[in-house]
Design a protein around this ligand. Structure first.
Ligand code: PLP
Length: 362
């Protein structure tokens, strides 16, 4: 059994090269006689893994010196609480609700202070990004929160919201390292890595250093303070060591592939193959407003539940896995992250074309 084309939204496809390298090193990491899984997180070998991972990420994203990089646990979802606990000095934050993940972050923040939904695309099942050029940003907002790429609905912010000088916090879980970003425009960029970067269990938080303070909400657990992790260089307790090691390999793979500019070009080409097909198809339709389409998650429908199921079933039999849409929206979704080869997308488009021809009444 060979490898399938895995269109899962997350955990998702990783570069084959990275997996092979990890396999080669599984019993004996660089002459240490042990696996990275078995090694002390205080060892010299692991220290080097951490340092290189951070430096490679800094190089890839061009992270300014006044930003810290933290490798944490708890997934993106723990950040929904950690952010307000650390950043809500005035106990006010504004949220732009573009899907389930933004909504979850908003609901969680309500536990800790006043969370305001200042824009939303719920009226059209999150199929677009609202105009964020002149929002009623709260005078005393500690930050404005967005989910930059909406994994479930397949939309992406193409321009960042005008936060009127307030700190921007962005969940980039499903577009992490998919294209260049200007880190200086954000207060916090964070993401669970299992969508586009590595194995589940690691969340990376890139945070401007002035936002890391002792002044957290009363009752904030030690493990949920950015300060404690920053002071200890993400080694306050045992980090998700093996996950960080794989992320590090993915960073090196990205650098070798040409960095984020090259990745963006590739991702645009891959996405265009699917969107161009969807735009001319009589059977398959994209579900998102064109200008807000994600490069990473491509949802589509036939308009018939029966045909959708038939398609998913036949696609699976042909080696295209995990094309079923999120349980909350149905239809199909092809997640085409960095590690999805061009060939996988081309073959999927051909398969869709063939399916359409076979299932259209003459
Ligand atoms: C998957 C996802 C999450 C949740 O990630 P966990 O690591 O499972 O907590 C949050 N935000 C976005 C945008 C996601 O795609």
């Amino acid at each position: 059994m060979g490898r399938v084309y895995n269109f899962s939204a997350g955990p998702a496809v990783l570069p084959e090269e990275v997996l092979k390298e990890a396999a080669e090193e599984i019993l004996d990491y660089k002459g240490t006689g042990m696996s990275v899984m078995e090694m002390s997180h205080r060892s010299k070998a692991f220290e080097t893994i951490m340092e290189e991972a951070e430096q490679d990420l800094r190089d890839l994203m061009n992270i300014p010196d006044n930003y810290k990089v933290l490798f944490l646990q708890g997934g993106a979802s723990l950040q929904f609480a950690m952010l307000p606990m650390n950043l809500m000095k005035n106990k006010v934050a504004d949220f732009i609700i573009t899907g389930q993940w933004a909504k979850k972050a908003y609901e969680e923040a309500k536990i800790y202070g006043k969370a305001n939904a200042i824009a939303s695309s719920a009226d059209k099942t999150f199929s677009y990004i609202p105009d964020c050029s002149d929002l009623p940003v709260s005078e005393d907002a500690d930050y404005v929160y967005i989910c930059e790429n909406n994994t479930i609905y397949g939309t992406k912010f193409k321009t960042l919201p005008n936060t009127k000088g307030k700190t921007l916090v962005s969940d980039v879980s499903s577009c992490f390292l998919s294209e260049p970003v200007d880190v200086s425009k954000y207060g916090v960029i964070y993401g669970g890595v299992q969508k586009n970067v590595g194995p589940a269990g690691v969340v990376i938080v890139i945070i401007r250093e002035d936002l890391i303070t002792e002044d957290t909400l009363p009752g904030t657990p030690t493990m949920m303070k950015y300060k404690i992790h920053d002071d200890n260089k993400s080694l306050y307790n045992t980090p998700p060591a093996y996950g960080i090691y794989i992320c590090g390999k993915v960073f090196k793979w990205l650098k070798k592939t040409g960095g984020l500019e090259a990745m963006k070009e590739l991702n645009e080409k891959k996405a265009a193959i699917l969107y161009d097909f969807l735009d001319q198809s009589e059977m398959f339709k994209g579900t998102v407003v064109k200008e807000d389409r994600s490069l990473m998650n491509v949802p589509f429908v036939t308009g018939s539940d029966e045909l959708d199921s038939k398609f998913i079933k036949e696609a699976k039999a042909a080696g295209f896995e995990n094309l079923k849409g999120h349980r909350s929206v149905g239809g199909m979704r092809a997640s085409i992250y960095n590690a999805m080869p061009m060939e996988g997308v081309e073959k999927l488009a051909s398969f869709m074309k063939k399916f359409e021809a076979e299932n259209t009444k003459k």
